[in-house]
Design a protein around this ligand. Structure first.
Ligand code: CA2
Length: 144
């Protein structure tokens, strides 16, 4: 059976391509999904690509990834990266490895973005590569 990788996107990422292109690029989230579908085909993987503005929904989806036997999770938790102990606990609680993804490089931005709760439990992190970072993260998921 084809391995599935969950690709979970957090708050405000539904607005990609509409504002702040100098930070996040001009691709929309739908563009990123289409590009990643193509990459997944090359790697003989399936992806389940989702976005929510709600922290608890991300927690539920992490649990679902585990329950359904997902091979890995790519997680751009957006602002919840810097605030959410609930996400940290969920990442620790599940079996599939979580690869943290950020379009920008939070370490080069405001100090409040320098702390990542997600990093405390993630298997790997890809940041600062824009939309291409999702494809790089999917390649890393295969290697894990
Ligand atoms: O660089 C990333 O991918 C971030 O996860 C994006 C988050 C930010 O809070 C993190 O520090 C780094 C913000 C996503 C907001 O996306 C927008 C897109 C277009 C317009 C406004 C916000």
């Amino acid at each position: 059976m084809t391995d599935t990788v969950f690709v979970l996107n957090g708050p405000n990422l539904n607005l990609l391509g509409t504002r702040e292109p100098e930070i996040y690029g001009s691709d929309t989230l739908a563009d990123i999904e289409a590009m990643l579908e193509e990459k997944a085909r090359e790697l003989s993987l399936a992806i389940d690509f989702r976005q929510t503005n709600h922290e608890g929904v991300l927690v539920d989806w992490l649990h679902e990834a585990c329950r359904t036997g997902a091979k890995a999770v790519l997680l751009n938790a957006a602002a919840f990266t810097h605030t959410s102990i609930a996400l940290l606990d969920a990442i620790k609680a599940i079996e599939p490895p979580v690869i943290e993804v950020h379009l920008s490089d939070p370490a080069k931005r405001e100090p409040f973005r320098h702390l990542s709760y997600v990093s405390m439990a993630a298997a790997d992190c890809v940041q600062g590569l824009g939309a291409r970072g999702y494809a790089v993260a999917l390649e890393r998921a295969v290697q894990l």
